[in-house]
Design a protein around this ligand. Structure first.
Ligand code: ZN
Length: 375
């Protein structure tokens, strides 16, 4: 955390010398990072906020530009973050504020569902310590527990997550706005740390993004596919892939964002399984060979892409680049016999034969859109 973004300069105005006021309006300083979690727990993210560009239904450049500058698959033009979570998950105010809107959004046509819909949502208005006003928006709720005009405190329950409105699966859509003139353009509370200038901040309709999460309070950003061992009745593999985490922030620099988890299925592994001769393989054919160790029935083991000290629960591939393609991959556990247990995501696996679980996340790719009234 630099002094410039810590908020301490409010006490020491001279420290402003040398700090870029960056995106802030003239005479103002960036707000300090004060936001807390919008929900409890850890959920994967599907769509991130598109820095090139957040125009719902209009952007068609084929990718989401993440705040760390990576082009990711997802709903083009997405204006926030989608966190799939079970319906009924409590949603929390990220900061003190006022309820600017709570209820059903204005009905609009949803292309993904091919009908006119309205979802339940909450819009909060916050004044941050630098005096600037922001909106936080929670969409697709199943239940709202606040009313327009209420004052809320950080951490207060606003309602429960759901799947209402233009949404193809239960999730929270979370987005933020900052005031420019009389408009409320979307911005990214994770800021911008890609190379060069943020395309969205350079756009005539755009605004700059700033990291606003208090330390340790940012929802972690990762994508994963997770499934029980041998989900199909015909599958009987003693060791199965049960999770693939494949997207993280700057995973070329932080390759341990990624891992594949394998589990010894106690139904088909009655004794410890020797992993000698097993290996993992991605769609490019790159492999990780397991060392000579055993996995107890019911136990899981993760293989991280990067470097680290191996333990009973974690092994390391020792790569400096990602192993799992964000746009789709096929994680394969290859048995000494040559049999393969495959878990794919997005366009992942193309072979029909294997030891088990030719899963695909394709059907679970989430699409959404919103029309909540702003102040
Ligand atoms: Zn969304």
């Amino acid at each position: 955390m630099s002094l410039c973004s810590s908020g301490w300069f409010l006490l020491f105005p001279l420290a402003l010398i040398g700090c870029s006021s960056g995106s802030s309006p003239a005479g103002k300083v960036d707000p300090p990072p004060v936001l807390t979690l919008p929900f409890q727990g850890e959920f994967r993210v599907t769509n991130v906020s598109d820095h090139e560009y957040p125009f719902q239904f209009q952007d068609n450049n084929g990718y989401l530009l993440s705040w760390w500058g990576e082009k990711l698959p997802g709903v083009d033009g997405h204006q926030g973050y989608d966190f799939p979570m079970p319906e009924g998950t409590p949603l929390l105010a990220i900061y003190d504020g006022e309820v600017a809107f709570a209820g059903w959004e204005n009905p609009f046509y949803c292309p993904s569902l091919d009908k006119t819909v309205s979802g339940l949502g909450v819009v909060l208005r916050h004044r941050l310590p630098n005096g600037e006003v922001f909106l936080s928006i929670y969409a697709h709720l199943s239940e709202v527990q606040v009313r327009t005009g209420d004052q809320v405190r950080a951490g207060q329950v606003l309602g429960l997550s759901g799947n209402t409105g233009c949404s193809t699966g239960p999730h929270l859509h979370f987005e933020m706005r900052r005031l420019r003139g009389s408009a409320w353009p979307v911005f990214d509370p994770y800021g911008w740390s890609g190379e060069g200038e943020d395309p969205w901040s350079k756009h005539p309709s755009g605004v700059s993004s700033v990291w606003l999460w208090a330390e340790g309070k940012a929802p972690p950003l990762f994508a994963e596919v997770s499934l029980p061992p041998n989900p199909q009745p015909t599958d009987r593999a003693p060791v199965a892939i049960t999770k693939v985490r494949y997207m993280g922030v700057r995973d070329a620099l932080n390759p341990n964002n990624e891992f594949v988890e394998i589990t010894a299925d106690p139904r088909f592994a009655s004794a410890p399984v020797s992993l000698k001769g097993f290996f993992l393989q991605n769609k490019l054919g790159e492999t990780f060979a397991f060392p000579d160790l055993t996995l107890e029935p019911g136990a899981s083991l993760r293989v991280y892409t990067g470097q680290g000290n191996p333990t009973q629960e974690a092994l390391f591939w020792n790569r400096t680049q990602p192993a799992w393609d964000n746009w789709g991959d096929c994680a394969q556990l290859v048995y000494p016999s040559g049999g393969r247990y495959r878990v794919g995501y997005r366009s992942g696996c193309t072979w029909a034969q294997g030891l088990g679980a030719l899963a695909s996340e394709e059907a679970r790719i989430l699409r959404d859109a919103h029309n909540l009234p702003l102040p």
